[in-house]
Design a protein. Structure first.
Length: 150
């Protein structure tokens, strides 16, 4: 009993190409951002003549922003949790659509079922990961606990 799953090849190629494009564009953007930030910081530090000038710079609001900007990418825990949750919801919805198609298509429904189960497990994994990261971040004080208005 052989499965006719050739229709999955174009879908997989499309998904893989899209993901690779996203990874390359993101890597290029980060590299460019890091290069520009390094050039800016080097020029700024070259203009500072002494440690006393650097200390005075750090006392200003602009100096504080300079120190914060040294890190190329700021870690936004809530943004990362939200992104993971969104990915999980989209993958879960996609998997449910694939499973629905598996029930509607007379030939090749095994492929839809297989992909549906794979995307469902990934989606649930992302959702569980997002919820656990949020709980851990709140318990460690990384994400502020909302103040209730009683």
């Amino acid at each position: 009993m052989g499965y006719d799953l050739e229709f999955l090849i174009p879908i997989a190629a499309f998904v893989m190409t899209g993901y690779m494009t996203k990874v390359f564009v993101d890597a290029f953007r980060r590299s460019r951002q890091a290069k520009l930030a390094a050039e800016f910081h080097t020029k700024l530090l070259d203009r500072i003549g002494s440690a006393e000038e650097f200390g005075r710079l750090l006392q200003t609001e602009g100096g504080q922003r300079f120190i914060e900007s040294i890190t190329i990418e700021r870690q936004d825990p809530l943004g990362r949790v939200t992104g993971s949750l969104q990915t999980g919801i989209v993958m879960t919805a996609f998997s449910l659509g694939l499973m629905y198609l598996a029930g509607r298509v007379s030939q090749g429904n095994e492929g839809f079922s297989i992909l549906g189960v794979l995307f469902l497990t990934l989606g649930i994994g992302f959702i569980v990961s997002a919820v656990s990261a949020y709980v851990l971040a709140r318990s460690h004080g990384v994400i502020a606990t909302p103040v209730s208005s009683r």
